[in-house]
Design a protein around this ligand. Structure first.
Ligand SMILES: Cc1cc2nc3c(=O)[nH]c(=O)nc-3n(C[C@H](O)[C@H](O)[C@H](O)COP(=O)(O)OP(=O)(O)OC[C@H]3O[C@@H](n4cnc5c(N)ncnc54)[C@H](O)[C@@H]3O)c2cc1C
Length: 432
């Protein structure tokens, strides 16, 4: 179906920006959106849609269902699959108009639609798109990401979860790990090894796994924050119909890249929202304002200004990238915002805790809990939570070292690191 998408002319490499979660939940401003025929068409479509559907008169799932049917779910997706085939930055315009009319914000627990949606629309068959996209967008079906394994994180292409063909079905056996919100999910984006005799990138296949199917077990993993936001997932003879395969057999690596690029864009703020709420820096400024005057030293003011400028630079860089996006999926350059955001969040929350002094060490509840929502920078849980949660930002969605590798090799064109197992059959690669 990728070919179908290309003939519609809406896929180009290096470009979709799913709106950033925090932007969806804050004021979205659209003043930077350039005005043209596509903008007018979307304005007209939203006006007509709101005339027929008042978000204050129905529940959010019903409203989002109508929204999908009207092509106002992901406006850059093709018509018939929740979109209008226009440029992705217009999603912000839709969001702002609907929110002003009283529509609820996206449920943060549905974060993974920013990954699964573009993956399915790019690589899924029409049947797969029709089966999954609408309930994903409404929030009736939640998703999680089943990529990492105990022996395959940064080297994700080395994964070993086996999928064996059996008639119209596949039998899954293996273990995934660090699976965020898998305890809430109805479906998992599952990448498996279907041909161990091929080199590692070639023998992989991508599926939608029913998280409630027999043989699928989800166990909590507790984090530094005290909560178990992520999980490990075991598959023991779990069966998946071939109809739930996403992309061709053996094409799992290519399909997974679409997920990963969109993940980095979603985590890094590639939505390019121009709202002035900037997450952790706002919390730092609030703490600063409460400090006694003798603690607001010149040296600290200097640090605060540097962090503020860094935050603004990221926001404006994302806004510019978003405005330039014409269509398609994001490319390796999205690693810039992922890397910058991860390192910045760690610095700014550390600075905030320093400002709080001894007070920063108390008042945090480490009780074990299973969150029913997601806050990537942790700011929804207060600064102490944010300080702890942001440690993970430079690991999840690809570590900062891996982001630097991608930028060096794929954006700057520097020589690649040695990859000695690239051409060897996966089964023959020595493992510890
Ligand atoms: C909060 C959180 C949520 C997550 N959610 C999910 C999820 O929902 N689904 C999912 O599938 N996974 C998830 N992950 C897993 C995440 O993608 C992996 O942790 C990450 O890719 C790193 O893999 P690893 O932990 O195996 O570390 P490793 O790959 O073992 O890396 C260990 C260290 O070695 C470095 N390193 C490794 N290879 C290289 C290299 N080639 N060059 C330079 N340095 C290198 C790394 O940067 C790191 O510092 C999550 C992780 C976290 C922390």
């Amino acid at each position: 179906m990728a070919a179908d998408a290309r003939t519609r002319g809406w896929i180009e490499p290096h470009v979709v920006r799913p709106a950033r979660l925090t932007d969806m939940n804050d004021t979205v401003t659209v003043s930077s959106i350039s005005h043209d025929g596509q903008t007018d068409a979307i304005e007209v479509a939203v006006t007509a849609f709101l005339a027929a559907h008042d978000p204050t008169q129905m529940d959010n799932i019903t409203f989002r269902g109508y929204r999908y049917d009207a092509g106002l779910a992901w406006v850059h997706f093709p018509k018939g699959f929740g979109g209008h085939g226009v440029r992705p930055e217009l999603n912000r315009l839709v969001e702002e108009r609907l929110r002003k009319a009283g529509a609820a914000a996206q449920d943060p627990a549905t974060f993974f639609i920013a990954l699964a949606g573009p993956t399915i629309v790019t690589h899924g068959s029409d049947d797969v798109k029709n089966r999954f996209l609408r309930p994903m967008f409404t929030g009736e079906e939640k998703w999680c990401q089943l990529f990492s394994e105990p022996g395959a994180g940064s080297d994700f292409a080395g994964l070993g979860t086996r999928a064996q063909h059996d008639g119209d079905e596949w039998i899954m056996n293996g273990q995934k790990v660090w699976n965020t919100l898998a305890h809430l999910a109805d479906w998992g984006m599952l990448v498996t090894r279907t041909d161990p005799d091929q080199p590692k990138h070639k023998g992989m296949t991508y599926f939608a796994l029913d998280m409630h199917a027999p043989g699928v077990e989800v166990r909590p993993l507790r984090q530094i924050t005290g909560e178990a936001e992520f999980n490990e997932v075991y598959m023991t003879d779990a069966r998946v119909p071939d109809a739930h395969r996403i992309g061709e057999v053996g094409e799992g690596w290519r399909v997974a890249l679409t997920t990963l690029m969109n993940e980095r864009s979603a985590i890094g703020g590639g939505g390019g929202g121009t709202g002035r709420r900037k997450g952790p820096i706002d919390d730092t400024i609030a703490i600063w304002k409460e400090l006694p005057a003798d603690q607001r030293t010149g040296a600290r003011r200097d640090q605060l200004m540097k962090l503020y400028i860094s935050s603004e630079t990221q926001r404006l860089t994302n806004a510019r990238a978003s405005a330039k996006a014409k269509a398609g999926n994001p490319g390796p350059e999205m690693s810039i915002s992922k890397l910058a955001m991860a390192e910045f969040n760690k610095l700014v929350t550390e600075f905030s805790i320093d400002l709080l002094g001894a007070n920063g060490l108390i008042g945090y509840d480490f009780t074990f809990r299973r969150p029913d929502t997601l806050s990537v920078d942790g700011s929804e849980g207060g600064i102490r939570h944010s300080f702890l949660r942001s440690r993970a930002n430079s690991i999840e969605g690809g570590t900062s070292e891996i982001m630097r590798n991608i930028l060096g090799e794929q954006v700057l064109g520097l020589p690649g690191e040695p990859r000695v197992d690239k051409d060897i059959a996966w089964i023959k690669v020595p493992r510890s």
